[in-house]
Write a protein that binds this ligand. Structure first.
Ligand code: COA
Length: 322
């Protein structure tokens, strides 16, 4: 069975910064409250007219360039997002066309903050089954389009961005995805949701609703559980993880996950202070940050772990590179 190896990562962030000081002028909050409760200092926000597909395309181009791969050699494009330009066509189709990836199929995958882990797991199955050789897996979200900037419970948390990873078929004993685990619990559906985003009638503009305390307690428990279970399922422990690349929702959730695995924070990639929670983009953006910081090498042992609205959560253990 071929192994799904991750060979390059690219990212795209909007230029515009929204700092805690900016938010303190918009809602009743302070830089101190946001920093101590979440770890976030600023986030990036798109300019008017800049769409999810624009960020996804830019991240994909950066990734292909880094990989030295032509768009025509890509077989498939999977975009994890909850903020696509439109429900139809998919962002993947727009990206496919703009890249000139004429041999690629594409579709979007909706799985909130666990979207990238779900998309990478899906791509892994295509590659392991021999049905594809090269898949672009993109996480992209324009959260600013679905945030109520009068709601201090949510507006301080989210930002916009995109990241893309090229996944290739490789040798069965080589680097790549060694295992993943996905979970769902629709019992948490009402605690973190986007009313007005689907076909159920709603009398206001769609905006993220979150019961922060409930989501926090589930996120802490589930991220730690799935992180531990994913590595244990491979007969490994935290000692076999060089880098944890967690979903960036709250620094306290990230610290609790690392603590459970007994992995020191020096081995955890954190960029939440600069970009906030970018939903499906957090993990590929953090991977790109690790790459830029010189922390990704051939064979680096990485654990990805995420939790999001649904509830949905998952983890993936991989070794980096060709
Ligand atoms: N500024 C100042 N005060 C705020 C505030 C803000 N931006 N947002 C909420 N508060 C207030 C609350 O109204 C509450 O006041 P009260 O005690 O008078 O009711 C108080 O601060 C404490 O609120 P609480 O919700 O208990 O804070 P918290 O420590 O749980 O932190 C979150 C709030 C949202 C940061 C935290 O719950 C969280 O990170 N939740 C999970 C987020 C997450 O993971 N989401 C996405 C999953 S993908």
């Amino acid at each position: 069975m071929p192994r799904a190896r991750l060979v390059a990562v690219g990212s795209a962030l909007p230029e515009r910064r929204l700092t805690n000081a900016d938010l303190a002028k918009m809602v009743d909050t302070t830089d101190e409250w946001i920093t101590t409760r979440t770890g976030i200092r600023e986030r990036r926000i798109v300019d008017p007219g800049q769409r999810c597909s624009d960020l996804a395309e830019a991240a994909a181009r950066a990734c292909l360039e880094k990989a030295g791969t032509k768009a025509v050699d890509v077989d498939g494009i999977i975009v994890a997002t909850i903020t696509g330009d439109q429900l139809m066509p998919s962002v993947a189709n727009l990206v496919q066309h703009r890249l000139g990836a004429v041999n690629a199929w594409g579709f979007d995958l909706l799985n909130a903050c666990n979207g990238f882990v779900a998309a990478l797991s899906t791509a892994t199955c295509f590659i392991e089954s021999g049905r594809a050789k090269r898949i672009l897996v993109i996480g992209a979200d324009v959260m600013s389009a679905i945030i109520d900037y009068e709601d201090r419970n949510t507006c301080i948390l989210f930002g916009d961005g995109a990241g893309a990873v090229l996944v290739e078929a490789g040798d069965s004993q080589g680097h790549g995805v060694h295992g993943f685990e996905l979970h769902s619990d629709g019992g948490g559906a009402a605690e973190l949701a986007l009313p007005g985003s689907g076909t159920v009638p709603h009398d206001a503009k769609a905006a993220v609703f979150q019961n922060g305390r409930v989501v926090f307690s589930h996120a802490v428990r589930r991220m730690a559980e799935v992180a531990e279970s994913c590595v244990a399922g491979l007969g490994l422990t935290g000692a076999d993880v060089d880098l944890i690349i967690p979903h960036q929702a709250n620094i306290r959730i990230i610290e609790a996950t690392a603590e459970r695995l007994k992995v020191p924070m020096e081995r955890v990639v954190v960029n939440i202070d600069r970009v906030g929670n970018t939903t499906a983009a957090t993990i590929p953006l953090a991977l790109a940050q690790a790459d830029a910081d010189g922390r990704l090498h051939e064979g680096t042992r990485i654990l990805l772990v995420a939790f999001g609205g649904g509830f949905t959560w998952g983890a993936c253990y991989l070794t980096w590179g060709r």
